[in-house]
Ligand binder design. Structure first.
Ligand SMILES: [Zn+2]
Length: 243
């Protein structure tokens, strides 16, 4: 349904689902952290009136939304992002949500700076899940070739690249030289990402944090110590929905 989005007084756009009640006679509104906004209408209801009726409930929705958000931590925030920036790539992405009955949800790149999330968009957890998968793909398309270039520049060879969504690490390197990179790096300043990539490549030679390891890192990134310290607060760069 094209009009299944309600714009609130504070500018937020809330997607909603329309359910049909076979026996009910009244229009009912339900808002929950898990199910989002659901509008239940009687079977014999003139759908052309729906937009006006839902608009008339804006204050009610905003009031209940604020109460829900106060009761839930930021990571459980009800509304998925409308826009986000990937600092490492100097990219800004706008996200559109299209309600569809399809069981499989998708997040696809629809054009430059434009992502379309389609499916049951009232399901916030599902929206976040497809956006995370989109970010993993963006990481594969950008971080992997970047690591490849740095590998060529430094002469440090790795044993494969995987992009993941680790909770606490920006990257890691296995004994076989396999490098895992966190897609959340995409939200960090470019210079910091380069440092993390160099750091992991150096682990293919020194699988430890010995003085020899740091000498090697500093050969390719003279500001390594400084950036390494700054990275401790890097989570501040991450939007709440990727934490
Ligand atoms: Zn390390």
């Amino acid at each position: 349904m094209a009009d299944a989005v309600l714009e609130l007084a504070d500018g937020r756009r809330i997607p909603y689902r329309v359910a049909v009640s076979p026996r009910g006679h009244a229009i009912r509104f339900r808002l929950s952290a898990l199910g989002g906004l659901v509008v239940t209408v009687p079977r014999a209801f003139d759908r052309s009136r729906l937009g006006t009726i839902v608009d008339g409930k804006r204050d009610w929705v905003l009031h209940h939304l604020e109460r829900l958000e106060a009761a839930n931590p930021p990571t459980a925030t009800l509304t998925p992002p409308r826009e986000f920036k990937l600092l490492a790539l100097a990219e800004t992405w706008r996200v559109e949500y299209q309600a569809a009955l399809a069981k499989v949800m998708t997040a696809r790149t629809a054009g430059p700076g434009r992502i379309v999330v389609a499916g049951q968009v009232e399901n916030m957890a599902a929206c976040h899940a497809v956006l995370h998968r989109w970010l993993v793909r963006r990481g594969q398309d950008t971080l992997a070739p970047w690591l490849e270039r740095l590998s060529g520049e430094t002469g440090l060879r790795h044993g494969g690249i995987a992009i993941k969504g680790q909770r606490t690490r920006w990257g890691s390197c296995s004994a076989r030289g396999g490098i895992n990179l966190n897609y959340k790096l995409l939200f960090l300043p470019r210079e910091w990402v380069r440092y993390v990539l160099v750091h992991e490549l150096c682990h293919t030679v020194e699988l430890n944090h010995s003085p020899r390891f740091w000498d090697l890192v500093q050969r390719f990134e003279p500001r390594a110590r400084e950036i390494s310290a700054a990275l401790r607060n890097a989570r501040a760069y991450l939007p709440a929905w990727v934490l």
